[in-house]
Design a protein around this ligand. Structure first.
Ligand code: NAD
Length: 363
């Protein structure tokens, strides 16, 4: 059995834990995507309950014409984490993904990194977990029909989360690219979900209790207009997550009760960037802690303007760390130098300390 570093002695080891893409896929095979989404959702809930313990700030975003590269840090007195993530909607045209990510979890007491993980797949799991957790508080009772608009990389994860956590049984799909819909339907054919393909956005929202918008386009799009949506529905709007990149008509937002993760970040990045800075919104941690109401009546139109917040990534990394720490389902990589005498870093340059087997190709 391999143990992840925890004690000071453990931290003196030169290795940190690494979850590669292959290992993440193997963990999903072992535990199932549904179970991991549920576990991450529980950890997000625990961390939202202790919201005040975290350092919080809007994420750092380096914008370019084609996309954005972001850093998402947060921490409390125990652990610190950050995620590197990009968002490049045109990438799929050249065979690259819109969103890729990796992240680090660290020990606050020593400042040493504990774990480095792939987070492209983990982000899809945690975004799905967040959507379903939020919908537990906001969706109409006994919701069974989900409309999924945008059938790209995130879509199957979203649908599985709504099945596992909300009990959704019927999913209507719509994407401007029909091949994205058939890909999604095909991937979910063994998951016991009724799937219906739709030919436009009006058709897909008809009769749905929950509508997820998860499209990618670097513009102020109008995927949903107010006249398309009935009262009583819950909208999980997660594709609008950058300045100048939105999905909902402003009139629809004005009609609804709007819920967000962290207001200072969502004002910059979310669909509410179209509204005045004083438009009313409710941060979800209040609802989860019971200090503010979620859905209050059957006719209420609720919108979760989700942009993805650092605490959700912290929760996902914390969950994965706890899941693998007493197993061998991770690799160890030599990321941190560990001289025997911590003040003799230079001593490592002594050739007798270098393992030449690790330095092939160096003259
Ligand atoms: P993707 O590029 O794989 O898929 C996007 C899909 O949207 C594509 O299939 C595309 O054809 C479709 N689409 C574009 N415009 C559309 C329209 N007008 N109507 C219907 N479909 C349309 O991207 P992805 O990885 O699935 O991510 C989707 C979006 O979610 C991105 O904007 C991404 O930035 C965002 N995202 C948000 C979070 C979060 O935490 N809120 C997390 C991950 C990704």
């Amino acid at each position: 059995m391999v143990l992840i570093m925890k004690t000071v002695d453990d931290l003196k080891s030169p290795n940190i834990s690494f979850i590669s893409v292959t290992q993440m896929l193997s963990l999903i095979q072992t535990y199932s995507a549904g179970m991991l989404i549920e576990g991450i959702a529980e950890h997000i809930k625990e961390d939202f309950i202790r919201w005040d313990d975290f350092d919080k700030s809007p994420r750092f975003a380096a914008h370019s014409q084609e996309g954005v590269i972001e850093l998402m840090p947060t921490g409390n007195s125990d652990k610190f984490s950050f995620k590197y993530v990009n968002g490049h909607p045109k990438n799929t045209k050249v065979g690259l993904q819109t969103v890729t990510a990796f992240g680090v979890l660290s020990d606050v007491a020593s400042g040493y990194p504990l774990m480095l993980s792939e987070m492209t797949i983990l982000t899809a799991l945690r975004t799905a977990a967040t959507s379903a957790l939020v919908a537990e508080y906001l969706a109409p009772k006994n919701s069974s029909i989900l409309a999924m608009i945008g059938c790209g990389a995130q879509s199957e994860f979203q649908i599985l989360a709504f099945k596992h956590i909300l009990g959704i049984t019927h999913v209507k799909l719509y994407d401007i690219d029909p091949s994205a819909m058939t890909k999604c339907a095909d991937n979910l054919k063994n998951y016991d979900i009724n799937i219906e393909l739709c030919s436009n956005a009006h058709e897909v929202v008809c009769g749905a209790h929950i509508i997820t918008t998860c499209t990618a386009d670097k513009k102020n799009a109008t995927i949903l207009t107010s006249d398309m949506v009935s009262d009583g529905v819950h909208i999980n709007a997660i594709g609008g997550d950058c300045p100048g990149k939105t999905e909902l008509e402003d009139k629809l937002l004005e009609r609804a009760t709007v819920f967000v993760e962290y207001e200072p970040q969502t004002r910059i990045e979310g669909d509410i960037q179209q509204l005045t800075s004083t438009s009313p919104v409710i941060e979800m941690h209040h609802v989860i802690r019971g200090t503010k109401a979620g859905r209050t009546n059957d006719n209420q139109l609720t919108i979760f303007d989700g942009v993805g917040f650092a605490i959700e990534d912290y929760s996902a990394l914390r969950y994965m760390y706890n899941l693998v720490k007493n197993t061998n389902q991770f690799q160890q990589i030599e990321l941190v130098a560990s001289p025997e005498n911590p003040r003799n870093l230079f001593g490592l340059l002594d050739s007798s300390n270098i393992n030449h087997a690790d330095c092939k190709g160096v003259a």
